[in-house]
Design a binder for this molecule. Structure first.
Ligand code: GDP
Length: 353
């Protein structure tokens, strides 16, 4: 393995039935930010939110992060299975892991089942967020607390009700061919899907779901997350946008290597492959500096995994979902061929939907 290889942040997509709480969960994760000057603050990227391991450890109240080398989690801000299936990386899904949100009081609905089928097809590890536990009759809210802490403070009737609802989910998952269990009773993540009872509204259980994702990545994905930090950047275009003063820009999730200002890049256009050169790389400004006129902060380079805005000439006609690849060290033909190949695959996939 190359010396500069490192384990990158896994990319996470949130899926589930409409109104079951996907957006609320993402909002909650974004909002649980500690003071932004503290080390390990949650940061807003382009199209994504980065939650570093320090923030997760702090939220969960765990004593330390001993033996954890996964640096955090990068959440794609767009929830839903359309985002999961259309955002691809080297033929697979861009997201390395997923959260399937299900309203614990409603149970599985058609889009819950669809999400599970998609994740099975892509062999993507996932956890179930059994959401809206605060709606269980008689629930006593303990804002932001880990699940077991808040569970211990509920009366027996409420605890029993939650258990019944979790077992209804276990039964449903079993019908679909998945073994599952409440997360604190799972000893082998490879055999059992973890069900984490949460409330996106009160934040209860949210630290646990982040910890379970870290645990999953740590045990089963570290090799696939190993990237060459200095290698040529590879990413997926989320959106193509015109920005005042910048012209056409690409919002990109970078999943491998490094992207630098001045890099020659290859992306796919409507009817042609486009080669161009990165003029600037932009990130959102931290909230506290929002009064500064320019919305973006310029950076010289960025390393995976990250969300970044790319400004460059000749970006008209770039397709959302296109791969983005960096040309480095005389591999132009190979890179162009890769992009051509991947975009064909994506177009076939899109026509299937
Ligand atoms: P999405 O369609 O899956 O993104 O669902 P939303 O996040 O938009 O949530 C749908 C509705 O459920 C909104 O009115 C939310 O406020 C509400 N909701 C989401 N999560 C919770 C929760 O944990 N508890 C309660 N009581 N309401 C929730």
């Amino acid at each position: 393995m190359a010396k500069e290889s490192k384990i990158r942040t896994p990319i996470v997509c949130v899926m589930g039935h409409v109104d079951h709480g996907k957006t609320s969960l993402l909002d909650r994760i974004r909002g649980s930010s500690v003071v932004s000057t503290e080390a390990g603050a949650i940061t807003q990227h382009i199209g994504a939110t980065l939650v570093p391991i320090d923030a997760i450890v702090r939220m969960s109240g765990a004593l330390s992060k001993v033996n954890v080398n996964v640096p955090g989690l990068l959440f794609i801000d767009t929830p839903g299975h359309h985002a999961f299936t259309t955002l691809r990386a080297r033929g697979g899904a861009l997201a390395d892991m997923a959260i399937v949100v299900v309203d614990i009081n409603e149970g599985f609905r058609p889009q819950t089942i669809e999400a599970l089928q998609i994740l099975r097809n892509y062999r993507t590890p996932f956890v179930i967020a059994a959401n809206k536990i605060d709606r269980i009759h008689g629930w006593r809210v303990n804002e932001g607390q880990p699940f077991l802490k808040t569970f211990a403070q509920q009366n027996e009737r409420v605890q029993g009700m939650l258990e019944t609802k979790v077992y209804e989910l276990v039964g449903k998952l079993s019908e679909l061919g998945f073994n599952s269990e409440r997360f604190d009773r799972v000893s082998d993540f490879a055999r059992n899907i973890c069900i984490v009872p949460i409330s996106a509204l009160t934040g209860e259980g949210v630290p646990d779901i982040l910890m379970v994702l870290i645990g999953l990545a740590q045990r089963y994905m570290t090799e696939s997350l190993r990237v060459s930090a200095d290698g040529p950047g590879a990413g997926t275009v989320l959106e193509v946008k015109e920005e005042r003063g910048l012209g056409m820009t690409l919002d990109v999730i970078l999943y491998d290597g490094t992207l630098k200002v001045g890099d020659e890049i290859v992306v796919a256009g409507n009817d042609q492959i486009i080669e161009t050169k990165v003029r600037s790389l932009l990130q959102p400004r931290p909230m506290k500096e929002i009064l500064i006129e320019e919305r973006f902060e310029r950076v010289k380079s960025i390393t995976a995994a990250a969300g970044i805005k790319v400004a460059a000439p000749k970006l008209e006609g770039v397709i959302a979902g296109s791969p983005l690849r960096v040309i480095r060290g005389g591999n132009r033909d190979e890179v162009v061929e890769q992009v051509r190949h991947e975009i064909q695959d994506i177009q076939v996939n899109l026509s299937d939907i």
